[in-house]
Design a protein around this ligand. Sequence first.
Ligand code: APR
Ligand code: PHB
Length: 389
Amino acid sequence: MRTQVAIIGAGPSGLLLGQLLLKEGISNVVLERQSGEHVLSRIRAGIIETGTVELLDAAGVSGRLHRESLIHDGIEIAFGGTRHRVNFRELIGRAVVVYGQTEITRDLMAGREAAGGTTVYQAQDVRLHGIDGPHPRVTYRSDGIERSIECDFIAGCDGFRGVSRACVPQSALTCYERIYPFGWLGIMVDKPPVSDELIYVSHERGFALCSMRSRERSRFYLQCNLEERVENWSDERFYEELASRLDPDTAAHLQSGHSIEKSIAPLRSFVAEPMRYGRTFLVGDAAHIVPPTGAKGLNLAASDVYYLWQGLVTHYRQGSENGLEDYSRRALARVWKAERFSWSMTSLLHRFPESSGFDRRIQQADLEYLLTSRAALASLAENYVGLPL
Ligand code: APR
Ligand code: PHB
């Protein structure tokens, strides 16, 4: 088989890139290790930047998002028993969109099927060959048969534990990493949210987040120890702990219900540089991870896709390599700013087990400063809604 761009991974990065390229008449094949159902079973965050929405518009897959999503003009930060509103609209004239990232994947899958794009699910033993030469190739096994795809370029959209980054020689990559000493225990429940907007909670007992997917579906998180196990958390225990981190008025609005999903995720910051090796490009989680505080994961993947899409279109339309040459630099410039923001939101709102009395007082001063300074609030708002591409 021959295609112009071989895309490894059918997460949001791979499917969005594939869709945008198909629209430009650039052929591509997506190879995914898991089944489609498995990809759709992964619960991800639910805050979409308007720049990401515009890219989904360009890909022609945003119809349902525009019908079903909620527009949020701000968030709340609860601290010291009081809820403080951060009004994005008033501070910087922008907003964010609430729509499950899993739903974006579902919409992208449907769009790809409608466009007749080729996706191979349950592709086993995907391997990259000749990635530093002019004729890269990808091999894999499907239905027990060894197959090979010749291509011009490879897009490594296969997430943090994928094969693409692992294929780049270690000496060609520099990796930066921070692992946080806690995780997030999350539940999804079919009950209305406690409030109209998200509430980020800084509390002595640890961080909490009251989020949502719709007016009928809530998503809650609790900061937990890394050793914590989901089995030890009945729904009752979860709600009791969440209520203890909320002010009494908010806790009174908490509608408990049977959780339809419950999981623990560790928190990590990670960047691999550069995001290109020869004719292979790393995109999304394959190149970088952010802690979920601020929900930047998918939005960063989307900006990588935007830069790579532009580079590939310039290559095929104008025969110019400038966009591809510049891909890693442009993507990383935005990645590092989102890394900084996600790290700072995480540092500001969580309880760090090793922190001293001094550290905690500084954290408190940071929060008090933020909530009383229009300049600091505008900075948070600007980063939260998404920096320009
Ligand atoms: N071969 C083929 N596919 C693979 C391989 C492999 N060796 N390894 C991983 N994959 C697939 C995974 O099964 C997964 O479906 O690559 C896909 C990667 O998807 P994500 O992990 O969702 O990464 P990405 O598409 O970059 O998404 C970026 O979107 O939903 C958010 O928060 C999420 O931060 C993430 C962001
Ligand atoms: C979510 O709804 O899952 C979510 C929202 C905001 C975040 C993180 C996760 O910062």
